[in-house]
Design a protein around this ligand. Structure first.
Ligand code: MG
Length: 391
């Protein structure tokens, strides 16, 4: 790849979501006067940053639950630091493509806000618990509930009163819902793709965790350099180059150099592929992006297969590696037992959650409460409720 191939210019200006506070996408459920010097999406980003659910991301597992390491490390990614990495990548992408940087940043900050404790193991268990009541758990829809209802910071309304663009981006992060199955989401243009700012978040997320999980996986000793090199040609290529450029460097600095270059290559590829696809479509407006035959934010076919290959390796050797089974089983047990305990005795729920039962039903209320917990909070509560310690 040519070294500067990522600097090929911005997209047509009308593809970006306008920062105009009077535009449709800047509309809020409760109308508010425009701020004198902040764009509507800069305000959204600040509202997310100041939210309780955002701060709790610090205590939530990103991919690992209690990542085993000797000695234990506090420097492994949490959902909060992962989120900040996604925000950095999203800002870079949006700026280089001439998109709305503040919107991209706000969407990145919100993208994992709906995740329950214990990463995907926690999400799976919560979904299983809800299935028994004819419901399901979906972190995108839970994120929407957080920003439209659970966050209470304003006397005038519940929720954060985010713009339509933010709420649409949250709903459409990583998947597209059909209007037939989700009539309650009708206001979010379900038959259209989201703006590019929102489409990019999903890929920025993939790129961020691919490289950071290799980093944490190697650092923790769960992955070995030899197996990563053997299984991921993209890594091997950059690692060989780094070894050649820095023959005397410490091995871990060579790995950092490798991962940095890999991250840069993925981001540059994504940027270029978006440009190629927009150009091929001849799109010059947001409306054309929305009605394109497919999402336009994507990696090139070659890079996409390299990403899929690397992700498959991480699933087999890190996320679902033999040592993690016990950890996932514990996460599932904690979520399911706590869910059952609250179902059996709703008076164990805090008063503000109990107040939700008449409108949301008991099972949804219990799931909402559990989904908001950090890893350490749910462990403590489980100890008290279910682990035969009557406190
Ligand atoms: Mg994420």
């Amino acid at each position: 790849m040519a070294p500067n191939s990522g600097l090929l210019g911005i997209l047509p200006a009308r593809i970006a979501v306008p920062a105009d506070a009077h535009s449709q996408l800047a509309a809020r459920a409760y109308p508010e006067p425009p701020h004198p010097y902040r764009s509507p999406f800069a305000r959204d980003a600040a509202r997310i940053l100041h939210a309780r659910a955002f701060r709790r991301l610090a205590g939530k597992t990103q991919v690992f639950t209690r990542l085993p390491a000797d000695p234990p490390g506090d420097h492994f990614r949490s959902r909060l630091t992962h989120t900040l990495e996604v925000a950095q990548i999203s800002r870079t992408l949006a700026r280089a493509l001439g998109l709305n940087v503040e919107l991209a940043e706000a969407l990145a900050l919100a993208h994992d806000i709906g995740h329950p404790p214990f990463g995907h193991a926690g999400e799976k268990a919560l979904d299983r618990a809800l299935q028994a009541h004819g419901l399901s758990f979906d972190h995108n829809l839970h994120a929407l509930r957080i920003v439209t209802w659970f966050e209470e910071r304003y006397p005038a309304f519940r929720g954060l009163n985010l713009t339509l663009a933010l709420r649409e981006g949250i709903v459409k992060h990583s998947r597209d819902y059909s209007a037939a199955s989700h009539p309650e989401l009708a206001e979010y243009f379900l038959d259209e793709f989201p703006p590019l700012e929102a489409q990019l978040i999903d890929l920025a997320d993939e790129i961020a965790y691919l490289t950071s999980d290799l980093d944490d996986g190697l650092d923790s000793g769960i992955l070995t350099l030899a197996e990563v090199r053997a299984a991921i040609p993209l890594f091997r290529g950059f690692h060989d180059a780094a070894l050649q450029n820095y023959p005397a460097a410490a091995p871990r600095l060579v790995v950092y150099e490798t991962l940095r270059n890999m991250l840069n290559a993925l981001v540059t590829d994504l940027m270029n592929e978006v440009r190629i696809r927009v150009k091929a479509l001849g799109a010059a407006t947001l409306a054309e992006i929305r009605r394109a035959p497919q999402r336009l934010a994507a990696l090139s076919p070659e890079m996409e297969s390299a990403r899929v290959e690397a992700k498959a390796f991480l699933y087999a050797n890190l996320y679902n590696s033999p040592g993690m089974e016990e950890v996932h089983a514990h996460a599932g047990q904690v979520v399911l037992e706590l869910f059952a305990a609250f179902m059996a005795d709703p008076t164990l729920l805090p008063a503000d959650h109990q107040a939700q039962i008449p409108t949301q039903g008991l099972a949804r209320t219990v799931a909402d409460y559990i989904a908001g917990m950090t890893d350490s909070y749910i462990e403590q509560l489980w100890d008290r409720c279910c682990n035969r310690q009557n406190v």
